[in-house]
Design a protein around this ligand. Structure first.
Ligand code: AMP
Length: 210
């Protein structure tokens, strides 16, 4: 099961990816998470990526493609994987297809989680993430994760100015991937502006049909 999750930042890709990990036992590969870890650890990649991320711009393709290719060589991707936040540009999608073809694999499903931008701005500016378990929640939960007791924090790039730029970047550079995967006949879309459990049910139905 080789899956790409598409959708604007804040559409709910990360939340649905975590549900898929639990249900199907395949790993989530989130380039945003990998880059944030590199920034936190102050690695050369992290130091390079930080300035792009803080402004809400995309990190250069060459850096991101390299790290995804490395990650896809790990044994836990043998039965499949969910790419979350990658590809974000047509050149990234082409590089991914080439890398997979070299090992006799291909993307089987590109799943787009669709949510209106107005809803997204509100969601992202109130989004909180648990430092301990990675759970994504909302400012109304306070500062402690109700699932594990970890600290809830706001991502540096979840302020309104950066969010609006991220949405513009999405529209210009990432939205064209919808047509890219539609042309391959592997695109499915779900309405992400509903209760997460309802979206989860629809996502599982699509995966079960693979
Ligand atoms: P995300 O957590 O997916 O919203 O990503 C946070 C930030 O990391 C983005 O705004 C970009 O700066 C960077 N990033 C994540 N994935 C990619 C990617 N595939 N290509 C370029 N930049 C990325």
């Amino acid at each position: 099961m080789n899956i790409v999750l598409l959708g604007a930042p804040g559409a709910g890709k990360g939340t649905q990816a975590k549900f898929i990990v639990e249900e199907y036992g395949i790993p989530q590969i989130s380039t945003g998470d990998i880059l944030r870890a590199a920034v936190a650890n102050e690695t050369p990649l992290g130091l390079e990526a930080k300035k792009f991320m803080d402004a809400g711009n995309l990190v250069p393709d060459a850096l991101v493609v390299g790290l995804v290719k490395d990650r896809l060589t790990a044994g836990d991707t043998e039965r499949g994987f969910i790419l979350d936040g990658f590809p974000r540009t047509i050149p990234q999608a082409e590089a991914l297809d080439e890398a997979l073809a070299e090992v006799g694999k291909a993307i089987e499903l590109a799943l787009s989680v669709d949510v209106d931008f107005d809803v997204i701005v509100k969601r992202l500016t109130t989004r909180r993430t648990c430092r301990a378990c990675g759970r994504i929640t909302n400012a109304s939960e306070g500062s402690t994760c109700s699932a594990c007791g970890g600290e809830l924090y706001q991502r540096d790039d979840d302020n309104e100015t950066t969010v609006r730029n991220r949405l513009e970047v999405y529209e210009a550079q990432t939205a064209p991937l919808i047509d890219y995967y539609a042309a391959k006949g592997i695109l499915k879309r779900v309405d992400g502006d509903r209760d997460v459990e309802i979206v989860r049910g629809e996502v599982f139905d699509l995966l079960d049909a693979l």
